[in-house]
Write a protein that binds this ligand. Sequence first.
Ligand code: ATP
Length: 363
Amino acid sequence: MTTPGSRTCRLGVLHGDGIGPEIVPSSVAVVDAAVAAAGGEAIEWHELPLGFAALTEYGEHTPASTLKALEDLDGWLLGPHDSAAYPEPHRSRLNPSGTIRKHFGLYANIRPAKAFEGGNALVPGTDLVIARENTEGFYADRNTFRGTDEMMPTPDVAIMHGIITRAATEKIAHSAFRLAQRRRRKVTIVHKANVLKMTTGLFRDVCREVGRQYPEVEVDDFHVDAMTVHLVRRAHEFDVIVTENMFGDILSDLAGEIAGSLGIAPSVNSSDTHAMAQAAHGSAPDIAGQDRANPIAMNLSSAMLLEWLGARHDDPRLTDAAHRIEDGIARTVRSGVSTRDLGGSAGCSEFTEAVVAAIGSSR
Ligand code: ATP
């Protein structure tokens, strides 16, 4: 039994590819500053190989030794990967984040989209969270026990299957409703039950069933195509959106951009026992190595991880540190320092220094 506030957290650091080696170290610096400001125990960081760096050294993008090491940690920061650029056969295999999500059964991908002052939001006031089911649906690389569920019987025919189960839907639905209880008490179920009647129809019906256990939470539902329109027009009216894997992936990019930029869209992937911070965006190879990346998404993902750990281990200092990161970023952007995607001119390193200073000044 640990005493609240006394715990040393052991976190993994996986830089990944593209802008990963810029935004992940930025997040380590920001987390260290926030934990210190909150009076918590210093984080014990464990750097582990992944992505291109691991391919060169271990012949695998996600070495077994990395997975093994992660098992003993409290959580980890995963940088983005540029798996589309890996040499074959690695390119065709399950990618690093899919491998980790599957290995640890990280069924909930929680992706907030929150606009903040000075943040260039297309729909000001947007403050929603997408609860994306992470292990099945129409992503062929997630929905089989072994191998990926895509096949080409002839060079001109490609087949994939989608899978929705009651068990996985119940889990993500409970995550969504519990989240809504702590927020504005509204859940929107997104599906395509007019066409994908059995699969996404099951998803909608099971979410509705679970919703009956949370009578204080209001529920509605939309087809995914209609939902894109509602988000563009009135994203600020939504609270928690629960949906299957692929719809969630697409809608969260849209929601991130609506809230200001994909560069500010964070996420955490979790099971009941493990959690991984991962920005919603990719490795942005077009700007990699130029100190132009916006680290906000990765910084906020790390804050979400601290919040998850704070709740799991009853450690209010970790929760406090998470809020200090959010506040430090908001104050930095409000003061006029932001990266190019938000209309500013700061590089990743300059922005990080400003956030660390803002966190330090809030002690
Ligand atoms: P993936 O399929 O791996 O998610 P993607 O094809 O969706 O990747 P991203 O790597 O997310 O593509 O990049 C999409 C665009 O957004 C690119 O122009 C990229 O430069 C920009 N972008 C993504 N992340 C950031 C960031 N953190 N800061 C600034 N620009 C970003």
